[in-house]
Design a protein around this ligand. Sequence first.
Ligand SMILES: NC(=O)c1ccc[n+]([C@@H]2O[C@H](COP(=O)([O-])OP(=O)(O)OC[C@H]3O[C@@H](n4cnc5c(N)ncnc54)[C@H](O)[C@@H]3O)[C@@H](O)[C@H]2O)c1
Length: 286
Amino acid sequence: MAEIRSVGVVGGGQMGSGIAQLVAVNGLEVWLHDSDSTALSKAHQSISSTIQSLVSKGRLTKEKGAEAVRNLKYTSSLEDFGSVDIVIEAIVESEEVKKKLFTRLDSIVKESAILASNTSSISITRLASATSRPSQVIGMHFMNPPPIMKLVEIIRGANTSDDTFNATKCLAERLGKKIVCSQDFSGFIVNRILMPMINEAFHALYTGVATKEDIDAGMKLGTNHPMGPLELADHIGLDVCLSIMKVLHAGLGDSKYAPCPLLVQYVDAGRLGRKKGVGVYKYSKM
Ligand SMILES: NC(=O)c1ccc[n+]([C@@H]2O[C@H](COP(=O)([O-])OP(=O)(O)OC[C@H]3O[C@@H](n4cnc5c(N)ncnc54)[C@H](O)[C@@H]3O)[C@@H](O)[C@H]2O)c1
């Protein structure tokens, strides 16, 4: 497949806006779409002010900053994705909603385009089955925040072709990332290991083993983690953590993956983490 020059990103939340910014700063054209117009304008504001701040701190030249702004296009219509070489989907972590989007994208994008998902845990093979191009569907899992974290986890579905894999790997490397490759099993590598630890931290809090502060301090100071597991859950989004635990539980069929009732209750109460100003902790500024 020819080199990727133009990228479509679906979902302008924490991950989609970070991915769009990263791609634009690295000199590629990007279309960013969100079905929620408020989310789209919030993404626009946040990306513009981040690029401005990178320029004023001298981390990006004025010319590169201006080029990145020119590279970015925001759209409320998916039909604008007709000319992109790859779509990176970063919408809500729901198989049903993602499948509907993949079916729609399949009918909009050009025949050669790749459909990549930033899913944290959902089967790439099943997302691919919602399209007529399973060999061109792949997992491209960025870490949060995408412009800063060094890793992209690449997941091949059962039918993903070598061409699709190679083009996706080249794109990740062009964006300055290191890649690891995972088989298509629930949670892949990173969340298969990380989420049960976060869920266990919720169990420790739920059963009164320790305070939230001590659970986080224990893991930071005792095991050299840069963030405690509860802080990290707030950073990721408790709704995202819960969705991933449900996927692990259903996909791997072991009761050890059942979501902690306290995590479920926080999500039910709208305590979704930093993005809502409250999760395990309260945040005055978002
Ligand atoms: N949060 C993390 O730390 C993290 C890390 C890696 C991967 N992910 C994955 O990235 C994806 C997005 O997560 P996020 O944290 O950015 O979520 P988020 O809630 O911040 O953003 C999701 C965005 O998708 C939009 N959206 C929902 N349905 C849509 C649709 N059908 N069409 C277009 N837009 C739609 C929403 O309006 C919202 O703006 C999920 O699959 C998640 O598992 C998240």
